[in-house]
Design a protein around this ligand. Structure first.
Ligand SMILES: [Zn+2]
Length: 127
C-alpha cells in the first residue's frame, strides 16, 4: 500500500537535512547559508527560497550541548585526574574554560541540526 501523500509531498530525508544543518547550510538544498549571524538563522534560503524562520528550536540546542558536554567533560576530567596530578587551582580554570570553548564551538552546528530536523519532519512551522 502506498502513502496517499507520497505523490503530492516531496520527500525530506532527515539524515541529509541534518548533515546540511550541522554544516550551517540550508536543510532543503544544502547550498544556501542557514545563519545570518552566529545563532540568528536567515529568514529564507537565498539559493532555493525555503523559509527558515518557521523553526522553533528555542532552548533545545542548548539542552543538547549541555548533555554532550557532560558526556565529554566528566569522563575526561576523571581520566586526566587519574593520570596526572594537576593542581586544583589550574583545574578551576581549565575545565570551565574548556566547557565554554566546546559549548561555543558546538552550539551553532547543533542548532542547525535541530532546525534541519524540524524541517525534514515538518515540525513546528514547517508543516
Ligand atoms: Zn536552500
Amino acid at each position: 500500500m502506498t502513502d496517499p501523500l507520497s505523490d503530492t509531498v516531496p520527500d525530506r530525508p532527515a539524515m541529509d537535512a541534518i548533515k546540511h544543518g550541522l554544516r550551517g547550510r540550508c536543510p532543503a538544498c544544502g547550498q544556501g547559508r542557514l545563519f545570518a549571524r552566529f545563532l540568528k538563522p536567515v529568514s529564507s534560503c537565498r539559493q532555493c527560497g525555503t523559509r527558515i524562520d518557521l523553526h522553533q528550536a528555542d532552548d533545545f540546542p542548548a539542552y543538547i550541548v549541555i548533555l554532550l558536554l557532560g558526556h565529554i567533560l566528566v569522563p575526561l576530567m576523571i581520566e586526566v585526574n587519574a593520570a596526572l596530578a594537576i593542581p586544583l587551582g589550574w583545574q578551576a580554570v581549565l575545565w570551565p574554560l574548556l566547557a565554554v570553548i566546546l559549548a561555543t564551538a558546538m552550539i551553532q552546528p547543533v542548532k542547525g541540526a535541530v532546525i534541519a530536523f524540524q524541517w525534514s519532519r515538518r515540525l513546528a512551522g514547517f508543516r
